[in-house]
Design a protein around this ligand. Sequence first.
Ligand SMILES: Nc1ncnc2c1ncn2[C@@H]1O[C@H](COP(=O)(O)OP(=O)(O)OP(=O)(O)O)[C@@H](O)[C@H]1O
Ligand code: SF4
Ligand SMILES: [Mg+2]
Length: 331
Amino acid sequence: MQRNLLEIKDLNVTFTTDEGTFNAVENVSFHVGRGEIVGLVGESGCGKSVTALSILRLIPSPPGRIERGNIFFKGKDLLKMSFGDMRRFRGRAISMIFQEPVAALSPLHRIGQQMKEVLILHKKISKEKAKQISIEWLEKVKIPDAKEKMVAYPHQLSGGMQQRVMIAMALMLDPDLIIADEPTTALDVTVQAQVFELILEMKQKHTSILLITHDMGVIWEMCDRVLVMYAARIAEEANRNDIFSNPAHPYTQGLLKSIPKLSTDGKRLKTINGHVPSPTNYPSGCHFRDRCPFAFDRCREEEPPLFDIAKEHMAACFLIQQRELLNKSGE
Ligand SMILES: Nc1ncnc2c1ncn2[C@@H]1O[C@H](COP(=O)(O)OP(=O)(O)OP(=O)(O)O)[C@@H](O)[C@H]1O
Ligand code: SF4
Ligand SMILES: [Mg+2]
């Protein structure tokens, strides 16, 4: 049995627009173990959703293109699978909670009908059983009057309600891997907490979860391991405790300093200087160098690879290598 349920190697995705061709995801490698919750965090536009959509081969093409890489799921490369096989995989083995509910729900069909069809297709159960499971799941995601909502069309529900239906559809099939892309942004805080409870229950059943968020608070509450992404590349990877107690990449350090705290002692929250550059305009060398307070000449000339810091802790910053060399010379 493979140790990792999902293993992504050297994934590269480009988009071609009027402004030219740019890398939305560059040399991205990571894995998700069985029963593990891995967080993918980073500012808007850094490539989180494109990474997630690539796993299910849902990148719109054109303008997008998976240029190279491997996406192994239970040892099989999803990028080499036929579209028919891939369709069977979606939902049953890997399901996705999309950032936008409209991407998952058909506007032409009633909620109940969509849920029942998916269940009958993937679980080979009777219509009655499918109806019962659908109602149970709508209740689990706290849809009021679940039975009545079964006959509603998506447009008759609020955005938050649609999001909950989509979450129910993703979880009810009991997949091996759930990709949750900002799953709770449209939900109020109490429902958000309940959805995270459901996700944690799935983990107890050994489901693996790739959880995409820009919220370090959610990462702390939910994740075992964390991938920090910046401008199309992985900047740092570590277990949750190491990311919070010993962040190595200046970008991760900046993200952590900008977490709102209940008591800020009257001090202003720190933000990372500058903005994420446009992907058509990423700087040479280290993509973070225009915003990095420690940048030096080498950062302009070379792309920093991921350097090992500790077991399963890596960061793409030359400072790590420098620190190591200094430590060695002082020994
Ligand atoms: N269909 C598309 N056509 C052109 N460019 C795209 C398309 N989808 C994504 N991109 C570009 O790819 C880059 C990565 O986008 P992505 O959606 O992965 O960001 P993200 O990290 O998910 O951001 P957010 O936190 O805002 O959801 C961005 O520059 C985005 O503009
Ligand atoms: S490689 Fe250079 S620019 Fe990039 S994060 Fe490290 S010090 Fe900053
Ligand atoms: Mg996104």
